[in-house]
Design a protein around this ligand. Sequence first.
Ligand SMILES: *Cc1c(COP(=O)(O)O)cnc(C)c1O
Length: 297
Amino acid sequence: MTAPDPSLVSTDPVLIPLFAEKGIRASVLRLDKIHPVISGNKFFKLHFYLEEAKQTGKDHIITYGGAWSNHIVATAAACKLNGFRSTGIIRGEEPAVLSATLKDALDYGMKLEFLSREDFTTRKRAYLSPSGSSYIIPEGGYGLHGARGAATILQYVPDISNYTHICCAAGTGTMTAGLLSASDRIQKIVSVSVLKNNQQLDTDIRSLSGDANKPALISHDHHFGGYAKHTAALLSFMNDFFRQTTIPSDIVYTGKLFYAILDMVKKDQFVPGSKFLLIHSGGLQGNRSLNKGTLIF
Ligand SMILES: *Cc1c(COP(=O)(O)O)cnc(C)c1O
């Protein structure tokens, strides 16, 4: 997959009174702008999986995800762009009406197969012995190739050494691990888990990053009830944040990231003079699961 066009990526300053008051400077790395569908970190995370598939002569990609999965639709689009057939194994029974995300995946030529939630958890592995021409990308792009791809994200920040903290949302932790491996030793990675009680996350991040000693702060307190769960407070925060900064966020990842960072700044968890890079990892397409008008952007 060709690299994203750097001219599409901007670092937008976050000018809000709270940060000024606390002596914090922050910018958002707008990876949401690199591609309308393969947005944010998925572009980076998919890169080396697709490279390996190509190099080993595979022409069919199989992967997994839920009905609103950024990973599913990004994989479908990336496969179309790169000449692969694709199959998405989707969690849950086939619904009468497909989600906007799955409709898009179909439009990109992805074949969809639905597994009940139970089968998805227990029998998904049956799909792990595909024919010789197939290549499997783990759910969410989790794994070493994904982390290697995410490590290249920081190449899009010209003045990266000016930042004291690099902050991102974590699902599988693959992006966090990549950023951790690419950051220098004085920079702290702040990662906000969007899952409830994901005990595995810290270990996964450490093992995928290949470095157990770099400083990382992993928050498990800003999941808003769990993966893809959202509250009225989160939605109204996202609208407020947009009003103040003109930066849109998504309900699964970046809304929780921005909320978490503001919350931690409010609680004086960072020294004045800190300079944050907040990674906007994309995912805006998932907001289509909300009723129209819920968000102002
Ligand atoms: C997938 C995704 C993440 C999480 O990335 P992990 O590598 O799984 O931690 C964060 N933000 C957005 C928008 C995503 O789509």
